[in-house]
Ligand binder design. Sequence first.
Ligand SMILES: [Zn+2]
Length: 328
Amino acid sequence: MTGAPSVRFDATGIEVENGLLWLDARTRRRLGLVTHAHLDHVARHETVLSTPETAELMRRRRGAGLKYIERRYGERTLVGDVAVTLLPAGHILGSAMALLERHGGRLLYTGDVRPEGGLTCPPAELPRADVLIMEATFGRPEHRFPPAEEVREEMARFAREALGLGATPVFLAYALGKAQEVMTALGRAGIPVAAHPSVWAMCDVYRRFGLVFPGSRRLAGRGRPDAAVVVPPQSRREIRAPGELRVAAVTGWGDRALCPGVERVFRLSDHADYDALLRLARAVAPKRIHVVHGYAQEFAADLCALGFDAHAVEGHRGPDEDERPGQF
Ligand SMILES: [Zn+2]
């Protein structure tokens, strides 16, 4: 038999070749490929296959004491008769897409993907494949993002203005990925940053892989109004800086109604927007597309209208750790 490896979807993950390998499974499996360290993609597998960055992030989160097979981007690993290659996904540090090849057939699983990459991770590499399994977090046409560099400049302006008025700018961003993007953008603009301890713990791993955060420090006690504060949304109540707080959310959802108590929303995402998802599908040029997450139905319908053979996989995954509407 020839062709791309067979896959089966269920609520816990994606099974490849009758259990030979699982992709982003949420329950313990014999061999689990983990595309990145957001908590909705990890589980305590017997053996984890991931990039070294993801392995290190997992060890700091829920993966201490596990066995890891660590593979750098572009390295091929044979699992049974399936050749597995991890490729940059542009989502967060260490995030990978999985290219699975068997008897000349190719399957690409994107995991969470941002083709253009960010300040803390390289752009995605998009190979051609026969079968594509892709996410669609922002798979509706109203989700088109402004250029990231413009948003970064606006964030720096917001922070500078607040600090100039003696206020403390507070950026709400989830602890792994988004927070480090915000810290890097502000640091490059010469703005000092105080990071919430949960963010700082993740920055430690970034540093191990050569990413530095100049002008940043761990937030300790009451923040002083000489630094921008970066904090996950669920920890915002802990921020009690003297003086006025100017609170902004950093999220691809871009809707202030979803972010109560927030003065500004900066539309910066670690995911592809609608146009980038379409470009991704065109670049991979697959014969068959499975859409697994987000606006799966709507996006699959749009892909079909463009001539792709696409369908939505229902009931496959719960909400993301990152970019949840209303929780960003
Ligand atoms: Zn993610």
